[in-house]
Design a protein around this ligand. Structure first.
Ligand SMILES: Cc1cc2nc3c(=O)[nH]c(=O)nc-3n(C[C@H](O)[C@H](O)[C@H](O)COP(=O)(O)OP(=O)(O)OC[C@H]3O[C@@H](n4cnc5c(N)ncnc54)[C@H](O)[C@@H]3O)c2cc1C
Length: 393
């Protein structure tokens, strides 16, 4: 839609072909229905950062703010650089896009799955479920594979690979982790802030800190989802439950437990962790640390017990058994090779008159508005195709 608007704003006659019965369905689900449109902090693209950077230097948060304001959308900045529509509703974003499509007379054809792009002289023949048409220029913005029920079924990859582009194996990213049951038993619904590391045979795959949510099947929450693109079955998620209060390791935690043992003398053993972690999790920590708590008092805990508890609190180990698939993922890692497109215009280096933008490319960002920011930024550049629009003052 952004690509179509940018092209139409330069005077092009534009048609949007959409396979679903309406455009922009996925937008409505973004940011828990609030649509985290972009991010004004440093760029965070674990995949395709070179292209993302080149695109966002040209059409990043500043230029996109001009774009949204031109469409009448006011924005609101929240913590960690996240930008949302002022209304707090994703539907407002879709509304302003749709109104502008109408205003600039962009033709929108729904239930028109594109099946093939065929070069024909200086033109393109586009074969879709709605028939066959000729265009001067084609912009592929069919997304990746994440949440196919919202439209992105991976079919856009085939359109581009058929023309000689290369596909980097798509993988689910920003998704939940399935884990062994024991360390998460009884913890479903607990949400906390923690440090998270993923380890494989002792080697650190990634490290994040932020919100973690225990679920019936494993782990969710923003920082776990950010780890998911590095996760593989058999690796280990290691949570530091005390990182948010600055206790970085077992030594720090041990000092805190010794202090608490002194203060809470006379209380039941589990009271030692009360106020540090919720009680259900505290009980699990005792269990996983191998420290019996039944009919014991705080002062009965030995130095060895405190050490084991400190180690478990700062390295709560959970074996990962699987990564939730594309049905749950918010984004696709991998996609069409990013270096096959010119960042200024998102034009293909392989086929003339062909462009691509958004998640169909091998670019994936962290949570926080980075994926929509790349999709809109690259879409606008593709639509403009090197021209000026009065949005881009
Ligand atoms: C639940 C959820 C929440 C998210 N929240 C955020 C967020 O808050 N902030 C953020 O930055 N990112 C978020 N994302 C990621 C973000 O939505 C995507 O990265 C972004 O929408 C990608 O835009 P796109 O236009 O490239 O692809 P998509 O939004 O996937 O759009 C592709 C469109 O192309 C259509 N299409 C596909 N193939 C064809 C074909 N062959 N012919 C015709 N039409 C076709 C699809 O039906 C779809 O309408 C979220 C994703 C999900 C699933």
């Amino acid at each position: 839609m952004a690509a179509a608007l940018a092209a139409a704003s330069c005077g092009d006659r534009v048609t949007v072909l959409e396979r679903l019965d309406r455009v922009g369905k996925k937008l409505l689900s973004t940011g828990n229905g609030r649509c985290n449109l972009m991010n004004t902090d440093g760029l965070r693209y674990p995949g395709g950062s070179k292209l993302a950077r080149a695109v966002l230097e040209r059409c990043g948060a500043e230029q996109q703010t001009v774009f949204w304001r031109a469409l009448g959308l006011e924005l609101r900045q929240e913590g960690e650089g996240r930008v949302y529509p002022l209304s707090g509703q994703a539907s407002t974003v879709l509304d302003v896009l749709r109104y502008q499509l109408q205003r600039l007379r962009v033709r929108t054809v729904t239930e028109a799955q594109v099946k093939a792009l065929v070069p024909s002289g200086a033109e393109w023949i586009v074969r879709s479920a709605a028939g066959e048409e000729r265009f001067d220029r084609v912009i592929v913005t069919g997304g990746g594979r994440a949440q196919p029920k919202l439209g992105s079924d991976g079919s856009a990859y085939e359109l581009l690979t058929a023309l000689g582009h290369h596909l980097i194996q798509p993988r689910p990213a920003l998704t939940q982790l399935e884990t062994e049951p024991e360390p998460i038993r009884g913890l479903s619904g607990i949400r906390l802030r923690a440090g998270v590391r993923l380890l494989r045979n002792g080697r650190e795959l990634c490290r994040e800190r932020g919100e973690v949510l225990f679920t019936e099947y494993g782990l969710s929450g923003i920082c776990v989802m950010q780890c998911s693109r590095w996760a593989e079955p058999g690796c280990e998620a290691v949570l530091n439950l005390l990182e948010p209060i600055g206790l970085e390791n077992a030594e720090d935690a041990l000092r805190e437990l010794q202090r608490r043992q002194h203060v809470w003398r006379g209380g039941e053993a589990e009271q030692l962790l009360c106020g540090l972690v919720v009680s259900r999790l505290g009980q699990r920590v005792f269990r996983l640390a191998g420290v019996p708590s039944h009919e014991r008092r705080v002062e009965d805990l030995s130095g060895q017990d405190l050490q084991a508890l400190a180690e478990t609190l700062t390295a709560y180990r959970i074996r990962v058994t699987g990564i939730r698939g594309f049905e749950s993922a918010q984004v696709t890692a991998g996609g069409i090779a990013a270096d096959e497109f010119v960042p200024e215009t998102m034009a293909s280096r392989i086929a003339k008159g062909l462009h691509a933008a958004g998640e169909v490319l091998d670019v994936d960002g962290d949570c926080g508005g980075f994926n929509l920011m790349f999709a809109f930024g690259s879409g606008i550049l593709a639509g403009l195709n090197g021209r000026e629009s009065n949005w881009m003052r």
